[in-house]
Design a protein around this ligand. Structure first.
Ligand code: PEP
Ligand code: MG
Length: 544
């Protein structure tokens, strides 16, 4: 048995088999081969696997985003069988005696270029599809029969580190837990794990990856941040006991479903949930959240291989609003940049990405992207109770410009004869010290504030949230942060706005009483923490 220690980011225990995360090679190498037939057989097998994956994705998309949006995967399945495409791959293998990966990559480049040079916009768009299916085949070529993962079903995914875009593309139904050698507990990967209600241990060290293999049994203890690989019988029995006790406690919390978030002395607060996409809605409903306080819409962009269209976004926002049946849903506009990188945005590499071209700065300088999202949001607003929130605000002029753009979008929708609700609340995130300090000027401009304590901590304490080496300096209870929150709360209320907290600190039950005393109106937490926070609120007495 080996034991490793890192930072636990969701308190639960998972017991299961390890699957080592295999990252796709960024570049395909040209390798001379001896047996062209064997190579062609590998292609056939990879295509079969790709077809199987695509039909599963199609079925999933059909349920989650509807037929129109799911059709793209049908097109991909058809492309896999295209005669010219397949002939080209076989010819390259036979005539050049090269490996299948290389033949697929060259065919992909040739076909993509051919589509891109066509006049018809529909055919041009197929260029990205060819690249997409080719990448899928190349990925599946590396799943050789004797190398296939021994692990099927639910597994503990272990990696050196996971980028948010990699985390979102994992099949969430089959992930029991994450363990990463590197990374920090404030990263978006950690946040995603919390949203998925699964234990994750971050930063267990490089040695871990050298000692494990697919199929090893492991125990992930999210309470203590410990991982046991090939545990002995006593440890296994002890951890199973803790797991059962934890499940019982969580079961008890379920009794709070349907109850109010009210303190002993009668002070009420909203407890909402944070989500990264439509897939988290089940957890929101199961945990009886009063609404959605933060929908990180950028994950829609991270999941896609191209800018999501207005219709695609509308389908996702509509689904969330309809599922919440009239309860408040706050959708944050695109917060891309820093650790959330999307290839097709073609952002420059920056020295200090957290202080760089990100979030609202991208939206205000690339209004076509911003307006597409706002059109989708306003159109979705007729299906529920929508609030729109803008990230990374630092100045009054940014908010003025945002409000102007919102008015322009509404006028354009009027001209197009498209409906939207007149009751959409507009809010901003307070996640830079600048926004908190000028919150007296910002409050009259908006309906609500939502404090993003993850970034507010990073910017106030000059602590990169991605850097595990300085976590001990990132004191989230630092007086400077609590004072900035209090200042924003006072200014919001002075000007008739409401204020919530949607950063990870909202789930810290040692601060619930203090937040209530500050007059915070809403706490928005990962779905799995909603009932824990409700329990804390119900056990608090502010009259003392
Ligand atoms: C925050 O900064 O606290 C926040 C909620 O936004 P994100 O974690 O997505 O940056
Ligand atoms: Mg933030």
């Amino acid at each position: 048995m080996n034991k490793y220690t890192g930072k636990g980011v969701y308190s639960a225990i998972a017991i299961g088999k390890i699957s080592v995360y295999k990252r796709q090679e960024a570049t395909v190498k040209r390798v001379r081969i001896q047996d062209a037939d064997a190579e062609k057989k590998r292609v056939a097998k990879a295509k079969e696997l790709s077809n199987q994956e695509l039909s599963e994705i199609y079925e999933k998309a059909l349920k989650e985003v509807g037929e129109t949006n799911a059709q793209i995967f049908e097109i991909h399945m058809m492309m896999l069988e295209d005669e010219d495409y397949n002939e080209s791959i076989e010819n390259i293998i036979e005539t050049q005696m090269v490996n299948a990966e290389y033949a697929v990559a060259v065919t992909s480049d040739n076909f993509a270029e051919m589509f891109a040079s066509m006049d018809d916009a529909y055919m041009q768009a197929r260029s990205a599809d060819v690249k997409d299916i080719s990448n899928r085949i190349i990925k599946n070529l590396s799943v050789d029969s004797n190398e296939e993962s021994a692990v099927t079903g639910k597994m503990i995914v272990c990696a050196d580190d996971l980028a948010p875009s990699e985390t979102v593309s994992l099949d969430k139904d089959n992930v029991l837990a994450f363990v990463t050698a590197k990374g920090s507990s404030n990263s978006h990967t950690a946040i995603l794990a919390r949203n998925m209600n699964i234990p994750a241990i971050i930063g267990v060290g490089e040695e871990f990856l050298k000692q494990i293999k697919d199929g090893d049994l492991a125990i992930v203890d999210g309470f203590k941040g410990e991982v046991y690989v090939n545990p002995d019988d006593d440890t296994l029995a002890e951890m199973e006991k803790i797991q059962n006790e934890d499940n019982e406690k969580k079961q008890l919390l379920l009794e709070l479903k349907g109850k109010e978030n009210v303190t002993i002395d009668g002070t009420r607060i909203n407890v909402f949930a944070n989500i990264g996409g439509v897939a988290n809605i089940g957890a929101v409903l199961q945990n009886d959240a009063g609404g959605i306080g933060l929908f990180r819409s950028e994950f829609l962009y991270l999941e896609n291989s191209d800018y999501p269209t207005e219709e695609q976004q509308l389908a996702a926002y509509r689904k969330v609003l309809e599922s919440m049946a009239g309860k408040k849903v706050i959708i944050r506009t695109l917060d891309i940049g820093a650790d959330k990188q999307v290839d097709y945005f073609n952002l420059d590499k920056e020295e200090n990405p957290a202080l760089g071209y990100r979030a609202i700065r991208i939206c205000l300088t690339r209004p076509e992207i911003f307006k597409t999202q706002l059109r989708a949001l306003y159109r979705a607003s007729v299906y529920g109770n929508l609030g729109i929130m803008f990230p990374m605000i630092t100045s009054v002029s940014e908010v003025s410009r945002i409000l102007e753009i919102c008015d322009e979008v509404k006028k354009e929708l009027d001209a197009d004869g498209l409906k939207y609700s007149e009751h959409v609340e507009l809010g901003i995130m307070i996640e830079t010290p600048a926004a908190a300090v000028i919150s007296d000027l910002l409050a009259p401009m908006v309906d609500f504030f939502s404090v993003g304590t993850n970034d507010l901590t990073q910017y106030t304490l000059a602590c990169d949230r991605q850097n595990p080496n300085i976590e001990s300096f990132c004191d989230t209870h630092h007086e400077a942060i609590l004072r900035l929150i209090q200042m924003a709360a006072d200014n919001a209320h002075k000007h008739g706005a409401w204020i919530g907290i949607c950063g990870e600190l909202a789930a810290d039950t040692t601060l619930t009483e203090q937040f209530l005393r500050m007059g915070i109106d809403e706490l928005s937490v990962s779905p799995g923490f909603v009932l824990k926070v409700r329990n804390q609120v119900r056990n608090t007495d502010l009259s003392k």
